[in-house]
Design a protein around this ligand. Structure first.
Ligand code: FAD
Length: 327
């Protein structure tokens, strides 16, 4: 059996994006089992320089020309064409809002299957197996598909970055031009970027309902700054409008795997832990000693965050000041 693997990154992601590197690791493993090649779809106004992808582990770049910022309609059309040209058996996308939107549309166009939020994908004899969390992250299900095109969105932080494949320069395949015909962009608002993307951050300070209001996030932003991290949230503060929805971590939010996850005023519901349970070290600050989060946390502080967090910031500030005086 020979089958190709196609990676469809988000617009603007390239060979240096951590999430793309992780997808390449998985794709290379699948390509080895399926005796196929690894391709990547790149959309843009100008053709990418294959040297920029040399050594990344990608065998070919499918380039789709588009003049403006891509709309889902253009992405679906370009990804469908790339998957057909590659005779791809498996299409991998990051499990992000855009990936989760694109995947089912793409599977429908390809007459294939879709599995979202995967933590593993493997090729077995004549089938593809996708493993993903279910029941709020309490269990895992394994779905087996006949080897038709299978479109899978893959959670971040599961696979190591692909090691460099020295000297391998990918082939560039021009798919032609893709413009939107049925949709028109009438407005675009970009959220101000505040530090690292949650999916890529090594340190995350996340707040929950226990913060009591939007101002609690100002305090968490200060703590995150001292730790060199990003700010995230449970679903409740996002729904209450205390912070942007893009900060939501959990089953219906982002999946993160930082080195350090500081959960402040978060109870530790399964729906939340499904998105952060793989963090290397979890620190919980919660006023309720019985809160479920303490079962997942390596370190815990029982107390009101309004007292604990400012004390923590003061300690970190003096440590940071001392180390910058030394250097
Ligand atoms: C289908 C579905 C999908 C979901 N998806 C998600 C998801 O993706 N992400 C997500 O987060 N949730 C999700 N939820 C919601 C989830 O089940 C929980 O309701 C939510 O995670 C609880 O948020 P919380 O921990 O912030 O709030 P709570 O459960 O209300 O916990 C607040 C915590 O703050 C503590 N606290 C209160 N005051 C203070 C203080 N002053 N100092 C310190 N601690 C304090 C309390 O002791 C408590 O433990 C989903 C639910 C459903 C049904």
């Amino acid at each position: 059996m020979s089958a190709d693997i196609l990676i469809v990154p988000e617009f603007g992601q390239d060979a240096s994006s951590p999430v793309v590197c992780e997808l390449i690791t998985l794709a290379r493993r699948l390509a080895q089992s399926a005796h196929g090649r690894v391709g990547v779809l790149v959309l843009g106004a100008a053709a990418p320089e294959p040297d920029a992808w040399a050594g990344s582990g990608v065998d070919c770049i499918y380039f789709a020309r588009s003049s403006g910022l891509p709309l889902p309609e253009m992405l679906v059309a370009a990804a469908t064409e790339a998957a057909r040209r590659a005779a791809s058996a498996i299409v991998l996308l990051p499990h992000t809002t855009a990936g989760a939107e694109l995947a089912p549309r793409l599977a429908f166009r390809l007459d294939g299957a879709v599995a979202s939020g995967c933590v593993d994908v493997s090729v077995e004899a004549d089938s593809v197996r996708c493993t993903r969390p279910c029941y709020g992250g309490l269990a895992r299900e394994v779905d087996e598909f006949a080897l038709a095109p299978v479109v899978a969105t893959v959670r971040a932080g599961i696979f190591e970055r692909a090691p460099a494949h020295a000297g391998r320069r990918p082939e560039l395949i021009d798919l032609g031009s893709f413009e939107a015909t049925r949709a028109r962009r009438i407005d675009r608002r970009t959220e101000a970027a505040a530090g690292a993307r949650l999916e890529d951050a090594a340190v995350i300070v996340a707040g929950g309902r226990g913060l009591g209001g939007a101002e609690g996030f100002d305090l968490l932003a200060k703590l995150a700054r001292e730790l060199g991290g990003a700010v995230g949230a449970s679903r409740v503060p996002c729904d209450l409008g205390w912070c942007p929805h893009s900060w939501q971590i959990g089953l219906t939010g982002k999946t993160v795997t930082p080195e350090l996850y500081v959960a402040v005023g978060i109870s530790g519901a399964g729906h939340h832990m499904a998105g952060c349970g793989n963090a290397k070290t979890i620190v919980a600050i919660n006023s309720d000693p019985e809160a479920a989060i303490f079962q997942d946390a390596r370190f815990g502080v029982v107390g009101d965050y309004r007292e604990v967090v400012p004390a923590l910031i003061a300690q970190l500030r003096s440590l940071n000041d001392a180390s910058s005086r030394k250097s």
